[in-house]
Write a protein that binds this ligand. Structure first.
Ligand SMILES: CC(C)(COP(=O)(O)OP(=O)(O)OC[C@H]1O[C@@H](n2cnc3c(N)ncnc32)[C@H](O)[C@@H]1OP(=O)(O)O)[C@@H](O)C(=O)NCCC(=O)NCCS
Length: 179
């Protein structure tokens, strides 16, 4: 058994891209693939044991977030891997379980996204929202609430901020890497 915070499961070790920042208190286990310039902040728990987790370039996963997946079964032959695209901001203390996120998404603090949910590109999810299983959130909208509802189209400034937030976090993790 490894005692580091990046651990194998059934012989598979997380695959880490270049220039990533992974806080020492974050735990990454098993079949996880991180692209480049990803940042994983304190107390994140990511468990790629019964299925896979993939995280795209320049995505940030903020403090206390939990990432997990659902195993394959006869009713659900592929199970539910967790796929997160590029330039995604996942705020503090979110729960992302077996869902699929596109590019340039902001997941507000404390949001929960459940199995089979699909978040298209360029979506803003308000803090504390709950996205139920298998729900699709359409590109270009703000969603809030429990269960989540489409609130309104994104303002231009909000749409621009989706990418800017990712840029901000790349800069911040570079400062941590050079600290
Ligand atoms: C949703 C959000 C984008 C604000 O959108 P907005 O359109 O400017 O909303 P407003 O502040 O004008 O509030 C409009 C209404 O939505 C409500 N509201 C605001 N945020 C909400 C949320 N997260 N969930 C549910 N309702 C929310 C307000 O109470 C208000 O309700 P009312 O009309 O009954 O008074 C913002 O509150 C939010 O959740 N941002 C996420 C920030 C975050 O978590 N960042 C990641 C960490 S770095």
């Amino acid at each position: 058994m490894s005692t580091t915070n990046i651990r194998p499961y059934k012989g598979i070790l997380p695959s880490i891209g270049s220039d990533n920042y992974i806080d020492k208190s974050a735990i990454l286990v098993g079949d996880i693939t991180l692209s480049d310039d990803v940042s994983i902040w304190p107390l994140v728990a990511a468990r790629g044991d019964v299925n896979t987790i993939t995280i795209g370039a320049r995505t940030n996963i903020q403090d206390g977030t939990v990432l997990h997946v659902t195993r394959k079964s006869s009713e659900n032959p592929q199970g539910n891997p967790l796929i997160i695209g590029s330039d995604v901001t996942v705020g503090h203390k979110c729960m992302l379980h077996g869902c699929q996120l596109g590019d340039r998404i902001l997941v507000g603090m404390g949001a929960i996204i459940m199995d089979g949910a699909v978040i298209e590109d360029d979506v803003f999810i308000g803090a504390g929202s709950l996205v139920p299983p298998n729900k699709t959130l359409l590109s270009g909208y703000l969603y809030v609430g429990n269960p989540v509802k489409q609130a309104r189209p994104l303002k231009e400034s909000e749409a621009a901020f989706l990418k800017q937030s990712a840029i901000n976090y790349v800069e911040l993790k570079n400062e941590y890497l050079n600290n």
